[in-house]
Design a binder for this molecule. Structure first.
Ligand code: DOR
Length: 425
């Protein structure tokens, strides 16, 4: 297999450049990157006007297998990933049973051999995700876990988290924290503020997240461990992480496309697809997330793809499960709302969606240069298309973005030299 990607704008997060170049791919590798490469005798794919990125990595998704295969499987979720422009994913361990043993990590890796993209499992931080005692962390790392997290649940006991961080430090893997004080969240279903009062729904205050971000940063400082804050949603968290980074705490952070593109005003629709944890926050929080992305406080954009069954979401707001199906809309949402509006440059997008997620998880470097693995995401910024959940390949149709007209759709996803997805527009 040998082909040439011609005349696309090649974005390189490391070299901080975006320029028109040709890319030669042979087998699984990029073998040449240059202007006007000789294309005689080669299959040529003309990508004029498209942006060519190092392959995007989703460092936070829920693939639901084992145990909840009606919501998603490793196969359907990874098909959704390539369609969404991702060349690798890391999946959270809140499966049934949870990924707190080498057996479950091994099962996920076995199933992932048939998947469209490499799947990197994240092991549970505590046994049964109960937050009571650390899981067998050495065993999980040996089986292939790239990080540890109880995402979906909070580790309420600070002493338990301290010990998880200490083990994480020994293996030099990140501990990914779902920061939530569950007492402060109570039975809340949306952000606490003007709209929760207006709608008569119980609110989750910003403090629920901020208190745990502050605690976790203090414990990261105490242990010297690598802490990664999942789905940052509040202005308070951004300020705390910014300050901790200045003090040299080993912390990284991610934000989701839905927190960047929606505020709690969207809950006015009572659409249960807007119900997510952490909840959609206020406009001020959203502005702080933009600022955090711009100044490097927030390192990554991750989907937190959380597929649920249609019948589970087709119910009252108070009883519907939390979560948004995000793999197939992340890229155009971020392109339309952040790149088109100049909040992020294409190079910064490559940093947030390819370079930083792979660096945080210790995955192979995402670069476009001769000798590198051919993992590539191609985006065409010219076409405006509506989101259509009916066309999702994910089993999770729970998206609040159905019908949104967006630019910046992924049009080709190449994984280790293989064109796994390509879309004619
Ligand atoms: O909304 C969410 N859904 N937030 C989480 O942290 C977990 C996720 C899920 O697993 O459904």
């Amino acid at each position: 297999m040998k082909y040439l990607l011609k005349e696309g704008i090649v974005v390189d997060a490391k070299a901080n450049s975006a320029k028109k170049l040709d890319i030669l791919i042979e087998g699984s590798k990029i073998t040449a990157v240059s202007e006007n490469l000789d294309c005689s005798g080669l299959e040529v794919l003309c990508l004029e006007g498209c942006y060519i990125f190092p392959g995007f990595v989703d460092m936070h998704c829920h693939l639901r297998e084992p145990g909840e295969e009606l919501k998603e499987t490793i196969l359907t979720g990874t098909r959704a990933a390539v369609k969404g422009g991702f060349t690798a994913v890391a999946c959270m361990g809140n499966t049934k049973p949870p990924a707190d043993s080498s057996a479950v990590i091994t099962l996920i890796r076995e199933k992932a051999r048939q998947a469209s993209v490499p799947v990197y499992p994240i092991g549970c931080a505590t046994k049964e995700m109960a937050g009571k005692e650390p899981s067998e962390i050495g065993e999980l790392v040996e089986a292939g876990a790239v990080a540890l997290s109880d995402d979906g649940n909070s580790i309420m006991n600070g002493e338990v988290l301290r010990r998880v961080l200490e083990y994480g430090q020994m293996f030099d893997i990140p501990i990914i924290s779902h920061c939530e004080d569950t007492d402060l969240s109570g039975n809340g279903v949306m952000n606490e503020g003007y709209y929760s009062t207006l709608l008569g729904l119980q609110g989750i205050p910003n403090a629920s997240e901020d208190v745990h971000v502050a605690r976790d940063l203090i414990l990261a400082g105490l242990t010297g461990a690598r802490l990664h804050i999942a789905h940052v949603s509040t202005a308070g968290s951004v300020a705390l992480i910014r300050e901790a980074k200045k003090r040299g705490i080993r912390v990284t952070a991610e934000v989701t496309p839905h927190h960047l593109c929606l505020t709690d005003e969207a809950v006015k629709s009572f659409d249960t697809n807007t119900k997510v944890k952490p909840p959609l926050r206020s406009r001020e929080d959203q502005e702080a997330l933009y600022e955090g992305l711009r100044d490097g406080t927030i390192d990554a954009i991750a989907t937190d793809h959380a597929p649920h069954r249609r019948d589970e979401k087709e119910t009252e707001y108070n009883v519907a499960p939390f979560g948004i199906s995000g793999l197939e809309t992340a890229v155009p949402l971020v392109w339309e709302h952040l790149v088109e509006s100049k909040l992020l440059s294409p190079v910064e997008l490559a940093q947030k969606m390819a370079w930083n997620p792979s660096r945080i998880l210790g995955l192979p470097e995402r670069v476009i240069k001769a000798g590198a693995e051919a993992n590539i995401t191609v985006i065409d910024p010219r076409f405006k298309l509506p989101v259509n959940v009916g066309e999702f390949v994910s089993l999770g149709k729970n998206s609040p973005f159905d019908g949104w007209v967006l630019r910046g759709w992924p049009v080709m996803t190449i994984v280790s030299g293989e064109i796994k997805y390509s879309r004619q527009l």
